[in-house]
Design a binder for this molecule. Sequence first.
Ligand code: PGA
Length: 259
Amino acid sequence: MPLKPVRLEPIAFCPLLVGNWKMNGLGSAVAEAREVAEALRAEPVRARVAICAPATLIERLARAVKGSALIIGGEDVHPEASGAFTGDVSAAMLADAGARMVIVGHSERRQAYGETNALVAHKAMAALRGGLEPIICVGETLAEREGGHALDVVCRQARGSAPLASDGMAFSLAYEPIWAIGGGQIPTRNQIEEMHGALREVLIEMFGVPGGVVPILYGGSVDQGSVANVLKAREVGGALIGRASLSATEFLSIVRAAE
Ligand code: PGA
């Protein structure tokens, strides 16, 4: 008798939507986060929603959104736990202030401060050790894309920047083509799927089965009009949103369009 085929139910997909405020936001910006938190309380969504903000705001934001589903995160972290590093902030400090996530290796830091893959990997490890969920950014320049090297460059970055061991702790990867950041130009669905598929292979090669479920976010000019399409692309597990996350109204319209 032929075996009855087993029907596999698709795993519930819960996208991760992360706002990246960059070097924006004074005390008055706390109201924006509060508005997002209150909207999520009134109308729960299936996505995990986070705002990564300047270090000076984290404690105030965490306090303002306490008890809501909104996650607060940092935008960078020092690879060491403590010490003589004037001006820097450790993972424990971020966690102590109320952060639960942190962006590492954003292209703006790689380009402006010469951050290498090795440094980014150390930062990711420091975040994990400090109890934070790192979002590790990778992405190619326009010249690398036009020269046909995008896949090579980005996969090399991912291999070099992923934490050496995740010990079952959660992290995500964010593919952010540098030419798409802040510019309104967004890659085609094919370009996103090709890159995310390659990154998934890297993650499985590095971490085995758990690498199959590490969220791979897309970032670069995501807005209300593009988010649904971006999230429909294969292997896209969420979005990293810069400019459009600064206003609660705009960020919430993205969160709702992602449903
Ligand atoms: P953008 O920025 O959404 O303004 O393009 C994304 C990012 O840099 O994380």
